[in-house]
Design a protein around this ligand. Structure first.
Ligand code: 293
Ligand code: CA
Ligand code: CA
Length: 163
């Protein structure tokens, strides 16, 4: 008869149980570390091409919105095509609340750039926009109709991230 060794059912079962226990404590550590700020917590998503756009109903000014998406491992949403624009618009309509895009003209008035500092290509301005009302509109919001408006960066807007 073969010796009772490490490959018998009982022994393997014990090793698996031990590993499962270790895995669980590692998972607990990871979950604690992320404190619910990972991409999976943005439950209302809309996937288009390679991008996933997602929101969880939270809102913030431009700076807060950028920081929130960054903490979650993404970026504030910035559409580069009309289909990406439509995917973001769906989320805005679901919450019935406008959202900031990751586009601004802070560096040079009137020259709108992505966070990468690249000048924007695709645009979907509302009629008469951008108008830099009061000389103080350097951020961009998307309305529920999908059109864009340059706006002060200090408003409270739905946070939509892209991953
Ligand atoms: C002005 C004229 C409005 C326009 C508004 C926004 C503000 O009040 O028609 O909607 O500016 O551009 O960002
Ligand atoms: Ca401006
Ligand atoms: Ca405006």
């Amino acid at each position: 008869p073969k010796a009772e060794c490490c490959v018998t059912g009982k022994h393997l079962q014990n090793q698996i149980r031990n590993l499962q226990g270790q895995l669980k404590s590692l998972q607990d550590i990871i979950n604690k570390k992320h404190k619910g700020k990972t991409a999976k917590d943005f439950i209302n998503g809309s996937q288009i091409s390679e991008k996933l756009f997602a929101a969880n109903g939270s809102a913030g000014d431009y700076k807060t919105s950028k920081a929130t998406c960054s903490r979650a491992g993404g970026h504030l949403a910035s559409p580069r095509t009309s289909s990406e624009n439509g995917a973001i618009q769906q989320i805005i309509q679901r919450y019935n609340k406008a959202a900031y895009l990751d586009i601004n003209d802070m560096e040079t008035e009137g020259i709108f750039k992505y966070q990468s500092m690249e000048v924007i290509g695709y645009v979907n301005w509302a009629p008469g926009e951008p108008n830099d009302t009061g000389g103080g509109e350097d951020c961009v919001e998307m309305y529920t109709d999908g059109r864009w408006n340059d706006r002060s960066c200090e408003e409270e807007r739905l946070i939509i991230c892209e991953f």
